[in-house]
Design a protein around this ligand. Structure first.
Ligand code: AN7
Length: 343
């Protein structure tokens, strides 16, 4: 029996702009078409119309699914039996999910002890092989690039063109919904996403400014040199040598934008503000874009979009460690409940 879903897979929705023909295999979890939410509190603070593109609403909880549906569909078309990636967590979670859907094997290389708990849970649940290297993401990526030269395994990091192709649909959706925007604020790690948004805007003839934000302890594109030991609370963007760094710098230059750094303190302040005032529970890396907007301002832009790249549930440990709320213990009696609730 053939079952089809009401919402088309991303590849079908944007087929004329993507390198897939009718009849090619499509591996989809119903990605894309994510909510675009107004941000009244941010709008008030920066004096512009600010929107949040809720990429955490994708099937695996991050923006990576847009590119992964394309990378895994293309791998299947090429007859691949296995895929691999190095990852700070979200790429791996997405790869593991799409591989399970496609019925192919998946291995992921993660930096030792440095990926968020929710992401690790996802990867293991989907049955991928998890290899933890004593080193950071950048070393992991070097190793997988070499590994795929030696073995017939398809690399699904964003150095894979299909990832960027799928990812650019985020820009298409923004233009479809808003018609025009002046400024895009986006976190930058390996620099695939900012590269893809610029490609998407360019293909549609749009030229918003791009403001990319890195964490201060992992800011190679701001400092102009590789970070050997990147560090930040935003583990997703703990990357010292971005694979698409040169393209990202090109994109910001062409768009008359910039890549700037925000501190972990600023990231966590934005993270708490989003969750407590905008109803937006994102992961710390996503909050970096908002921290940057709050710190540097909209610079005259009227309409701003912040890309909320991943869901807060990805990283429960940071949520528990960095919020003021506490659990109040209570006896199961009315007087105690009254005191606890109203007190
Ligand atoms: C939530 O999963 O690099 O600049 O290996 O998970 O395209 O790398 C994740 C990156 C922003 C940065 N926000 O995007 C990985 C990985 C979140 C992320 C980024 C990531 P890129």
């Amino acid at each position: 029996m053939s079952v089809t879903s009401a919402r088309p897979p991303l590849i079908e929705r944007w087929r004329e702009h993507l390198p897939f023909e009718e009849g090619d295999p499509v591996v989809s979890l119903c990605e894309g078409a994510t909510p675009l939410l107004p941000a009244p509190v941010l709008s008030e603070r920066v004096g512009a119309e600010v929107w949040m593109k809720c990429e955490g609403a994708n099937p695996t909880g991050s923006f990576k699914d847009r590119g992964m549906t394309c990378a895994v569909s293309a791998a299947l078309r090429e007859g691949a039996q296995a895929i691999i990636c190095a990852s700070t967590g979200n790429t791996a979670a997405s790869a593991a999910a799409y591989a399970s859907r496609a019925g192919i094997r998946c291995a992921v290389i993660i930096p030792d002890g440095k990926i968020a708990t929710g992401k690790l849970a996802q990867i293991l649940a989907h049955g991928a092989r998890v290899v933890s290297v004593a080193g950071n993401f950048d070393r992991g990526l070097e190793l997988v690039r070499e590994l795929v030269e030696r073995h017939p395994i398809s690399l699904v990091n964003s150095v894979n063109e299909f990832r960027v192709e799928g990812q650019k649909t985020g820009a298409f959706e923004l233009l479809e919904e808003l018609g025009r925007l002046d400024l895009l604020c986006i976190p930058v790690g390996n620099a695939g996403n900012i590269t893809a948004y610029w490609r998407g805007f360019s293909e549609m003839g749009a030229t918003p400014r791009l403001f990319g934000f890195q964490a201060e302890g992992a800011a190679p594109l701001v400092a102009g040199h590789i970070f050997e030991h990147p560090e930040t609370v935003a583990s997703a963007i703990r990357i010292g040598n971005p694979a698409r760094g040169a393209e990202a710098l090109d994109a910001v230059e062409q768009s008359q934008g910039a890549i700037r750094a925000v501190s972990d303190t600023q990231i966590l302040a934005a993270y708490r503000l989003l969750a407590s005032r905008e109803g937006m529970f994102c992961e710390p890396a996503s909050a970096a874009a908002v921290a940057g907007l709050l710190e540097y301002g909209a610079d005259g832009a009227e309409r701003v979009v912040c890309v909320m790249t991943g869901r807060g549930l990805k990283d429960p440990d940071t949520a528990l460690d960095h919020n003021e709320g506490a659990v109040i213990p209570c006896e199961p009696q009315m007087a105690a409940i009254e005191a606890a609730v109203l007190g």
